[in-house]
Design a protein around this ligand. Structure first.
Ligand code: SF4
Length: 261
């Protein structure tokens, strides 16, 4: 294993971040401000491995999230600024928060009050999509972005390191297919080595398996992306944009809309 990373978000609401792709973006971190909690332990996680611990701050309450977001939106309004997108991401998996569904309702209500044009997005690792309240909350947001890094069981386990033993590719594909065009599937394409084992989800066999899974899920679109910042496993290589585009073209031939980031 490589060195631990400590690139954590140190607040519940972060940003605004200005990007060419998303515009003005606000982030919501439903995890602790000083540690990480996730049901995966991805070898590419920008927040580092789970072994760094949960920290001491605990999860923010539903009230704190709403209060902090209201304050931020009021500050932005006073500065003549409005977010284009409000995204749940942060130091781990947002749907693990026990009040996730209620928080989504609060965030949508605040968005409607302060910046009705803004889109609400959730970046989730898909592990909680078997829970009815999580599913109905994810259906309410504009961009329900769900992770599927490999449709080959062994590769998924090597890349994502799911923490629940009963999490399988078969199960998650079935659960994601419930959303169909109410979800966007996000896939990190990478290659390298982890714990002495080769890891590569860019091979033709891997892409074929992903295409078969996407065809079952029928998402609104697939987002392919690659490593952008440093990763806890240092023996991973960035798959360059040109190669991502070649993979995207192959997936599009199977009738699936693809965005490359
Ligand atoms: S699902 Fe996201 S937060 Fe969790 S380990 Fe993977 S990259 Fe990190």
């Amino acid at each position: 294993m490589g060195k631990d990373q400590t690139v954590l978000f140190h607040s519940t609401i972060f940003g605004p971040i200005h990007s060419r792709r998303l515009g003005v973006s606000l982030g919501i971190n439903l995890l602790p401000n000083d540690g990480k909690i996730c049901s995966f332990d991805c070898i590419y996680c920008e927040a580092g491995y789970n072994r760094q611990g949960h920290g001491k701050a605990g999860l923010p309450s539903r009230e704190k999230v709403a209060d902090d977001l209201r304050t931020k939106l009021q500050e932005m309004n006073q500065a003549g600024e409005r977010p284009d997108v409000i995204t749940f991401s942060g130091n781990g998996e947002p749907t693990l928060h026990p009040d996730f569904a209620g928080i989504v309702d609060d965030v949508i209500a605040l968005r409607d009050e302060y910046c009705p044009q803004a889109k609400v997005s959730v970046l989730s690792n898909s592990t909680m999509t078997g829970k009815a309240d999580v599913v109905s909350a994810l259906r309410k947001v504009d961009n329900n972005i769900l992770k599927l890094d490999s449709a080959v069981e062994q590769t998924m386990r090597l890349i994502d390191v799911p923490q629940q033993p009963d999490f399988t590719v078969e199960k998650v594909v079935e659960q994601l297919s419930v959303f169909a065009d109410q979800c966007i599937v996000q896939t990190m394409i990478l290659r390298g080595e982890h714990d002495g084992q080769p890891v590569d989800n860019s091979t033709p066999e891997e892409i074929d398996a992903l295409i078969a899974a996407y065809q079952r899920i029928k998402p609104r679109e697939v987002m392919l992306y690659s490593i952008d910042r440093s990763t806890p496993e240092e023996k991973l290589q960035k798959v360059e944009i040109d190669e991502l585009r070649v993979i995207a073209a192959r997936i599009e031939q199977a009738g699936i809309k693809v965005q490359v980031n």
